[in-house]
Design a binder for this molecule. Structure first.
Ligand code: MLT
Length: 235
């Protein structure tokens, strides 16, 4: 049986050996949920970058749509912010988006030592699980957290994914046990606990509580984005 571990924040990723493993990068509120939504709505490719400067430069040089946030707020100079609803626009079909976010894009870029990097969200939970179940590879679920701290929503997702792949992957380490137990205790109403999370409350003060509810929808999309050669493409 293969193993599944959980890294609760990018600050801890150095403690994991990612060689020959699949990393599932996750930032439920909202970076990876936006990416999954965009790919499901026909965006051609999404390019996660680490800084605002890189984002603006790529946007200008390659004619990409610029997207992202800092502290949850859209940057004035970007075309769109970090709401899944913005990624649904018809005019973005077959277009490329370059994005930088506070934690999510950082998490993806900190996973480069892995054999393969998949983008996970509740929105594509079933697709991620199906792929992993037949992969015959060990898995690390890499949670974005918030500025170095652990968060509820990514940990809940990690637990939900562990539950989905338990026939093929055995939990390894206490963080995976914490995530699994947290999920099991709240599976009857994930929204109830998710809305208590500090980032959900932060976003609610910006008047975008509807993003929270959307990001908690399970397996709405079948798309499975992979990060390879600097960009996300559906596999
Ligand atoms: C992040 O990357 O930290 C988030 O996606 C923040 C947000 O909700 O915009």
């Amino acid at each position: 049986m293969n193993q599944v571990e959980v890294c609760l924040t990018p600050e801890l990723i150095g403690q994991f050996d990612l060689t020959n493993k699949i990393v599932v990068a996750v930032d439920i509120f909202r970076a990876t949920s936006c990416m999954v939504t965009g790919m499901a709505h026909g965006v051609k490719s999404i390019h996660p970058v680490g800084s605002v400067e890189e984002c603006l430069e790529l946007g200008l040089k390659k004619g990409m749509i610029t997207a992202g946030e800092r502290g949850g707020k859209k940057l004035e100079e970007f075309t769109i912010g970090n709401s899944p609803y913005e990624y649904m626009r018809d005019e973005f079909q077959d277009k490329s988006i370059v994005v930088t976010t506070t934690n999510g894009t950082r998490t993806i870029l900190a996973s480069l030592a892995a054999d393969q990097i998949l983008i996970g969200a509740f929105l594509n939970l079933r697709s991620v699980a199906n792929y992993l179940s037949t992969s015959r590879k060990d898995v690390v679920i890499h949670c974005a957290g918030w500025k170095g701290t652990v968060n509820i929503e990514d940990t809940l997702f990690a637990g939900a994914l562990i539950e989905e792949i338990k026939a093929s992957h055995k939990r390894k380490g206490d963080p995976s046990l914490i995530a699994h137990q947290l999920y099991r205790a709240n599976a009857h109403d994930l929204m109830e606990i998710a809305k208590e999370s500090s980032h959900a409350q932060r976003l609610a003060t910006f008047g975008i509580g509807k993003d929270i509810e959307f990001c908690m929808n399970q397996s709405l999309y079948s798309v499975l984005p992979e990060f390879k050669d600097g960009k996300l493409e559906a596999i």
